[in-house]
Design a protein around this ligand. Structure first.
Ligand code: NAD
Length: 470
């Protein structure tokens, strides 16, 4: 793999290589010069980001439409809006969050005082994916700036229009001493990963997550890995199924299912499935009409490769809504699809679906649903719809996932006060709001013990007297 790696990086011409290395060096120099450290500099850079976001809004919306067929409103809610709110929230609280945290170092050191200072990490690298290409690039960047770091942002080449729009936003509105965008694919990223960073923040799939973690190990660089997985939904008996269905199909079909926390598959008893299906169908029609292809609010697959991958997961015999017949490869259109009678070893259950396909699987009840979750990798989110708090509590206590959402889907991702991240195969490290500041800084304890009274003499040699006292 080292050969492949070298071949990949050497595919870059010397000029491009030089530019990328110069960007990293420039950011390291400005970090060392302290440019990004003062609170005022951080606030100014956050303000510049907010202003850039406003100024570049038409370009960003157009790019999101080109890359993912995202409607203006969906883009405003799930991408630009979330980022604008995140900036406002961090900007408003940053001064308070940066206040030293006091602690008492304890009896051995008494008298003494302790404080925790949050210090910037240095030069950070943010590698972002294509599915929410504005949100998932800029939300981590807010954390990097708030923490007083410099940052390279490497957006996803899979959403090329948005990548270009992000580069333009950063390069026309932000201080290049603090943030630079490196556009590119595997070669550029591989070259970046050879460099020494102080934190790498990666969002994407687990296979590349491993490449990132391996490269980071070389320099003992800490990593935040925001990965994916199959986020399960359990629908209990006795739930209001019309309301439940509305929340599930919205979470599933937003961005044509290309959402890291999208409900991946649904578990319920057969009786509940039978009653739920008409509601799911109805709720989907309510959101996107009888011909979702003509809905302005229904997105497209990001490219033909992902179209083909998800298409192959659809079994038309099991589809009770959608299916392959209405699909259009040229237009990258896959209809919202719901499948029943799905088995645990069907292809659709073999990988994260990441597309508009919802398989419904029969379980005998909460016991089996919990066992099924626990037999797989730890998901990014788990969803439980139950009218019984003791059942909710069982899922909380007996399963493990990045987060757990009760009676709703997706919306928790927009919270600025909820630390968001995965566990196990779904990742490591948490961010958003204060958690972003925490992950992009080092919490440095500082302890002061005055010279007098000199109580440390009690624990210095000769120990003979002390031993007798113990
Ligand atoms: P992607 O293909 O855009 O890849 C992500 C990034 O990795 C890109 O910037 C890409 O250039 C880079 N990359 C790709 N191959 C590389 C290589 N060989 N070496 C170095 N860098 C490389 O996006 P993706 O991985 O298809 O994203 C989808 C996945 O991300 C899904 O699994 C989804 O669940 C997950 N995801 C997680 C979150 C989260 O917040 N936890 C958010 C969105 C997506």
């Amino acid at each position: 793999s080292t050969d492949a790696h070298q071949a990949a990086t050497s595919a870059l011409d010397a000029v491009r290589r030089g530019e990328i290395l110069a960007d990293v060096a420039a950011l390291r120099d400005s970090f060392d010069a302290g440019t990004t450290r003062p609170l005022e500099a951080r606030i100014a850079q956050l303000d510049a980001l907010a202003a850039g976001l406003r100024a570049e809004r038409p370009r960003l919306l157009k790019a999101l439409e080109m890359d993912l067929g995202k409607s203006r409103t969906e883009s405003l809610i799930t991408e630009l809006g979330v980022v604008a709110q995140e900036i406002a929230h961090v900007r408003k609280n940053l001064r308070v969050w940066l206040r030293p945290e006091r602690f008492g170092p304890g009896l051995l050191l008494a008298p003494s005082s302790g404080q925790i200072r949050r210090e910037p990490l240095g030069t950070t690298l943010i590698i972002s994916p294509w599915n929410y290409p504005v949100n998932l690039a800029l939300a981590p960047l807010i954390g990097a700036i708030a923490g007083g770091n410099t940052a390279i942002l490497k957006p996803s080449e899979v959403a090329p229009a948005t990548s270009a729009a992000l580069a333009r936003l950063v390069h026309t509105h932000l201080d290049p001493a603090g943030v630079r965008v490196v556009e590119g694919a595997v070669e550029e990223t591989a070259l970046l990963l050879e460099q020494r960073f102080d934190l790498i923040f990666y969002t994407g799939n687990g296979a590349v997550g491993r490449i990132v973690a391996r490269a980071a190990a070389e320099h003992l660089t800490p990593t935040v890995l925001e990965l994916g997985g199959k986020s399960p939904v359990f629908v209990d008996e006795g739930m209001d199924l019309a309301a439940t269905a509305r929340r599930i199909v919205w979470g599933k079909f937003t961005n044509a299912g290309q959402t890291c926390v999208a409900p991946d598959y649904l578990m319920a008893t057969q009786a509940t499935i039978d009653r739920l299906v008409p509601h799911l169908r109805q709720a989907t029609i309510a959101l996107y009409g009888r011909d979702p292809r003509r809905s302005r609010d229904y997105g497209r697959m990001v490219n033909q490769k992902h179209f083909d991958r998800v298409l192959a997961l659809i079994d038309d015999d099991k589809a009770v809504l959608g299916g392959t017949t209405g699909a259009d490869r040229e237009a990258r259109y896959l209809p919202p699809t719901i499948m029943t009678g799905v088995d645990w070893d069907d292809p659709v259950m073999g990988e994260e679906i990441f597309g508009p396909v919802l398989p419904l699987l029969e379980v005998s009840g909460p016991d089996e649903a919990i066992a099924r979750i626990n037999s797989g990798e730890k998901p990014l989110t788990a969803y439980v719809f139950s009218p019984r708090s003791e059942i909710e509590e069982r899922f909380i206590a007996e399963t493990s996932s990045g987060s757990l959402a009760l009676s709703h889907t997706l919306a928790h991702l927009g919270s600025q006060t909820m630390p968001f991240g995965g566990i196990g195969e779904s990742g490591m490290g948490k961010y958003h709001g204060r958690a972003s500041l925490q992950v992009f800084t080092h919490a440095k304890p500082v302890v002061k013990k005055p010279l007098r009274p000199d109580t440390l003499r009690l624990v210095t040699p000769p120990y003979r007297g002390a031993k007798r006292a113990l």
